[in-house]
Unconditional design. Structure first.
Length: 313
């Protein structure tokens, strides 16, 4: 026996479509109601997180809070529907030390503000009086109370040379653990000669002038290769030269020439003159000797007066 089922597919599809539409409307209404209730909530707490606060130290959570309060956009106590997360992010990105900023709210009524800082690679204190930082993207950052063991650049140069040349030099040095801990200061002479002041030893290292090119990418590549070559030579000289000759033997080391390292011996300071202190016994005996002639002279004068009196009598 064979059963045949007559199914009205058109009617079945219409019923299924109605069910899907009903589920969608229910979810949309529920979601709208939830969002409306969320928007009516007030911000109960604000969490400010500076991702690299301990590493860079330019910004503190108190600085972020103070700025948002001064702009009247600090979200604490405001309804979530009236808080513009976009405005908070845009305002924080205008801060000179902020790299990225993100702001969002949770269902519990909490607002989270996450900020990352720009990373400085060089501190500039030029002879012209300029005092600023250069970050890892070559951008200029204003001076602040931030202190760190980063490399300091001094000497005769302008801002263009600092951002296009010294930035690449410092970035190359900071990228190597040994060189970053070795170099303390970069000094640029009037003729463009670049000198390095190491943290160890009392001497100055001349690495010559930095190569230049009108093409930015080529110039950066040339400076990196020049820095790596000179620092490798200096490392070998430290390892096989100064370790045997002594770290205080030279006060100037020049790597300017390719095939040789020129060193200038330190001038020996003349020994300080030592004045011997007189012995106490000798001093006292000298004093007694100085006093005796005076006493004899006084006694002689008294004897002479007695003789004169006798002769008169």
């Amino acid at each position: 026996m064979r059963l045949e089922l007559n199914i009205d597919w058109k009617r079945t599809l219409l019923i299924a479509a109605d069910m899907v539409l009903a589920v969608y409307l229910l979810l949309a209404f529920t979601s709208w109601h939830t969002q409306e209730a969320h928007a009516r909530k007030k911000c109960a707490r604000v969490f400010i997180d500076i991702a690299d606060e301990n590493e860079n130290g330019f910004l503190k959570s108190a600085d972020i809070k103070k700025l948002l309060e001064s702009e009247r956009i600090f979200p604490l106590g405001q309804t979530l529907g009236n808080i513009s997360m976009r405005d908070i992010e845009d305002r924080l990105r205008l801060m000179p030390f902020v790299k990225t900023a993100q702001c969002y709210a949770t269902q519990q009524g909490y607002v989270y503000v996450t900020v990352t800082q720009r990373t400085p690679v060089l501190r500039v204190k030029a002879a012209s009086g300029d005092d600023y930082y250069i970050d890892d993207n070559g951008g200029v950052m204003p001076n602040s109370q931030y202190t760190s063991d980063m490399i300091i650049a001094t000497g005769d140069f302008n801002r263009q040379y600092a951002t296009q040349c010294l930035f690449v030099l410092a970035q190359t040095l900071m990228g190597n653990d040994l060189w970053r801990n070795l170099v303390e200061q970069i000094n640029v002479q009037e003729d463009g000669t670049v000198e390095l002041v190491p943290r160890v030893g009392d001497h100055i290292v001349n690495i010559g002038t930095l190569p230049d090119s009108p093409v930015q990418r080529k110039r950066e590549q040339m400076i990196r290769e020049h820095t790596e070559r000179q620092m490798n030579r200096l490392e070998l000289f430290y390892r096989y030269g100064l370790c045997h000759a002594g770290w205080k033997k030279y006060d100037y080391i020049s790597l300017e020439f390719c095939n040789q390292i020129v060193c200038r011996k330190r001038k020996e300071e003349p020994p300080a003159e030592v004045q011997a202190k007189p012995d106490n016994d000798a001093a006292s005996s000298t004093k007694q000797q100085d006093e005796k002639p005076g006493e004899n002279k006084e006694q002689g004068s008294k004897k002479q007066e007695n003789k004169n009196q006798e002769s008169r009598e």
